[in-house]
Design a protein around this ligand. Sequence first.
Ligand code: PFF
Length: 486
Amino acid sequence: MGNNGSESNIKHMKNVKHTKHRKKEGGFSGQIGFVMAAAGSAVGVGNLWRFPYLAAKDGGGLFLLIYLILAFTFGFTLLTSDIAVGRRTGRNSINAYSEMSPKWRFLGIVTFLVPVLIMTYYAVIGGWIVRYVVAFLAGQGNDAALDTFFGGFITSPIQSSMFAIIFMLITAWVVFNGVEKGIEKYSRILMPVLLLMIVAIAIFSLTLKNTDANGVTRTGLQGLAVYLTPDFSHLTFGRLMQILLDAMSQIFFSLSVSMGIMITYGSYIKKDVDINTSIHQIEIFDSGVAFLAGMMIIPAIFVFEGIEGMGAGPSLMFVSLPKVFHSMGIIGTFVGLLFFLMAGFAALTSCVSVLETIVANCMEIFHTRRKPTTLVLTVVYTIASVIVALGYSTFYIELPLPNGSTAQILDLMDYISNSFMMPFISLLSSILIGWVIGPDWIIEEVEYGGKKFGLKRLYAVMIRYIVPVMMFILFLQSAGILSWFE
Ligand code: PFF
């Protein structure tokens, strides 16, 4: 118990005993089942689409370095907290926070709002992937490799809405019928296949070579150097803060932390699961896929577009990958189809976990049953997805963001949830865990049953001092307040 817990809190916490795996029906089969399910939620468009475009926008190596440092310090701390809170309380986010301290129930509610926002645009990106599956199926791989293909697609109101609706309905179908368990079975086969494909495509990307109209030849290996070598020249304080915020927001999104999902997952795991080892496995898997996705996309964009192409933003994966497949010749159509199918599957497992969390929470809040709840949410999110998809045509806006990019509706939702709300949530939950109930409460849970928690000192220092300070700074940065002082 932390020294700083007030008397009433200590009394309250004593009542929150180590739960004996309250949610028996939904429990995971064991350590591997849990790690696979958590990885299924974690590995998605965040790794394949979001990570490479942020890494390219922020100059490759420097972003990568900062990302890896933050992932194994902040990511580790936040993931440990979420999973241990979930297992110790046996509740999902809203009730877990009120159980930790009744006064902090509001934090559970704010946490729940993050997946509510993410769900408005996740199906839109899923729809983009489905569009490419259809293109490769129809043998339009060559068209997909044209610069105008992606832009033409997302600015077409009918097409972009239609594909977002298709992806949304597939997700809703899975959640409605409660077949996530079946999906997990396929995950065990398809996730490793996806990983193998990414490795193979990444290796192929390194062999690319192209001479542009100005006669400049660029190679995949030069692109790899851009991806791996941190460039500290032109680094200003403002830019460092932007990169920090981008990397941190990516960690939140990619690991699905600080949004209640991992609390819910934690509540499903048995007491004999080694939380510490599971967390390292999830982290290594998630960062590994992101790293390889970058290796597959960044050298390719460098070869075909040069450094100027790196700022392409959200379109990056969809513009550069089809070019890689195109340059593979005839086999590229097949590889492209298979890749986008796997990516669609990874996106589906993540999207299902977002919608599932929202459904589960709404059922508890409104005391409703699964099917009607899913139906109502499907209608709401289908409308929301169409509005977000139309953000590139009918509802086009150009909104400058404090991270230096210009946002359409999708980027705005992404920014509010990942860059703005999540530092705020992590700030408050680190104060709750670090100072109100004390880090020992989490450490005890990780060590339950004599398990080892090798990094517990790091955890305690991170959660009490470093996380709150850093999150406060990032929150000011994300709100645009810090840039006033530059
Ligand atoms: N972590 C997922 C990804 O990287 O694509 C995205 C995600 C899944 C976000 C689940 C939120 C969530 F609740």
